[in-house]
Structure formats: structure tokens, C-alpha cells
Write a protein that binds this ligand. Structure first.
Ligand SMILES: Nc1ncnc2c1ncn2[C@@H]1O[C@H](COP(=O)(O)OP(=O)(O)O)[C@@H](O)[C@H]1O
Ligand SMILES: Cc1cn([C@H]2C[C@H](O)[C@@H](COP(=O)(O)OP(=O)(O)O)O2)c(=O)[nH]c1=O
Length: 197
């Protein structure tokens, strides 16, 4: 089963993802962008480059996803493992659709989803850590171009579109709560997801 964690920068995904390691010692914990491949390194260069072309950046993230799928996600799922990914395809649909909002693409989100449709493995469930853009930007320190509050407001609107389209896949958690309360809510959601399996 594939469970993904999504949300704005600073929503607390990585904090939760790390804490879950102890509760689920047999699960495979992974992330996008990947941190153990040259595709992930290329993505991180694009994230840190204010002049990186947004369409080129989309394809770098998507290349990293293809590698992540074939190298990590599909083999783990074939072994019957629980896979928990800190960010996954919805991050592209939300972030790159916002980055490409003023491009020549008429419907950026649909375009990005279309690229993925042919090869991706959709998540079974997605836990969405919901936080307002101002809190997100403040917590993440606004260190890169994706972490500005105005941009994050667009990203958040895109996540809401994704949730509206597939309400049964998403579990929304209020991420403005304390780290302990957020972790409790995520663990409860995960227990319910695994019980339904
Ligand atoms: N629920 C929370 N309340 C307050 N601060 C938090 C909370 N969760 C995480 N943080 C802090 O916010 C920052 C970003 O958290 P992080 O887990 O890296 O978020 P993300 O991976 O979603 O960008 C870190 O300094 C972290 O300690
Ligand atoms: C996976 C992914 C991340 N991103 C962005 C979100 C983050 O600003 C940045 C790095 O992701 P990440 O390392 O998960 O940052 P954080 O822990 O702060 O959430 O890349 C995209 O724009 N598209 C994507 O497909």
C-alpha cells in the first residue's frame, strides 16, 4: 500500500515522516525529491536556481519521479510493503501547476497530470497536512522560490482542487496544531487506513 504525505512547505511533513519511522519499523520510508540519486540532485539544483525554467523544472521533477517509481516504490509494493512517501505526484500537480500558471500552457494541472497518467502509480491514500500559506512560509523560513506566501496560496488552492476531485483518497489533518497533536492525528489516520485495507 502506498500512502503519501502532502502539504505546503513548513506544514510539518518531514517532522511527521521522521516520527512515523518508530511507529512503523517495517514500512519503507521514502521521499520526493529523492535524496539518493543524481536525478534528485538535478532537481535540487533547479529548486535553488531562481532563473530555472519552470517547464524544464517540471520535467526534472518528473524524471526523478520515474526513477523513484522504478527503483524504490514499485519494488517495495511488489514485496507487499507499506510505502510512506514524503511528497509524491500531487506535489507536481500543485506546485508546478502554480509555477506554470502564466505560461503558454492553457491548463497546466491537467497537462502535468496527463504526463504522469501513462506511467505513474497513484497513491492509495494521501494525508494532507493543511496549513495557511503565512504559517507555512514563516515555518519554512522562505528560503527558496517555492516557499513564498503568495506562491504557496496558489499551491494551496491547487491542493484543494485535487482534494475536491478525489475526496475519498485524501485525509485532511489540521497542521496548525502542535507537532504532538499533528502526529497523533496522522497516526490515527494511518491506523484507520491500514485497518480498512
Ligand atoms: N505542528 C508544528 N507546529 C509548529 N512548528 C512545526 C510543526 N511541525 C513542524 N514544525 C517546524 O516547522 C519547520 C518545518 O517543518 P518540516 O517538518 O520540515 O515541514 P515540511 O517538511 O512540511 O516542510 C521545522 O522547523 C519544524 O520544527
Ligand atoms: C516533490 C516536489 C517538490 N516541490 C518543491 C516543494 C519544496 O519547496 C521543494 C523541496 O521539497 P521538500 O524537500 O519536500 O521541501 P519541504 O520539506 O520544505 O516541504 O520542492 C515541487 O515544486 N514539486 C515537486 O514535485
Amino acid at each position: 500500500m502506498l500512502v503519501t504525505l502532502e502539504g505546503l512547505d513548513g506544514s510539518g511533513k518531514t517532522t511527521v515522516w521522521e516520527a512515523l519511522h518508530d511507529a512503523y519499523p517495517d514500512a519503507v520510508f521514502t521521499r520526493e525529491p529523492t535524496s539518493d540519486s543524481w536525478y534528485g540532485e538535478a532537481v535540487n539544483r533547479a529548486i535553488d536556481d531562481d532563473d530555472a525554467d519552470p517547464l524544464a523544472t517540471l520535467f526534472l521533477f518528473t524524471a526523478d519521479h520515474a526513477d523513484h517509481l522504478s527503483r524504490v516504490v514499485r519494488p517495495a509494493l511488489a514485496d507487499g510493503d507499506l510505502v510512506v512517501s514524503d511528497r509524491y505526484s500531487d506535489s507536481r500537480y500543485a506546485y508546478q501547476a502554480a509555477a506554470l500558471r502564466d505560461s503558454d500552457l492553457r491548463r497546466p494541472m491537467e497537462y502535468i497530470m496527463g504526463i504522469h497518467a501513462a506511467f505513474t502509480r497513484p497513491p492509495d491514500k494521501t494525508i494532507y497536512l493543511d496549513v495557511d500559506p503565512e504559517t507555512a512560509a514563516a515555518r519554512s523560513g522562505s528560503t527558496n522560490k517555492f516557499e513564498q506566501a503568495a506562491y504557496l496560496a496558489d499551491v494551496r488552492a491547487n491542493y484543494e482542487r485535487l482534494i475536491d476531485a478525489e475526496p475519498e483518497r485524501f485525509v485532511r489533518v489540521d497542521a496548525t496544531q502542535s507537532p504532538e497533536a499533528v502526529l497523533d492525528a496522522v497516526e490515527a489516520a494511518l491506523e484507520e487506513i491500514l485497518a480498512e485495507r
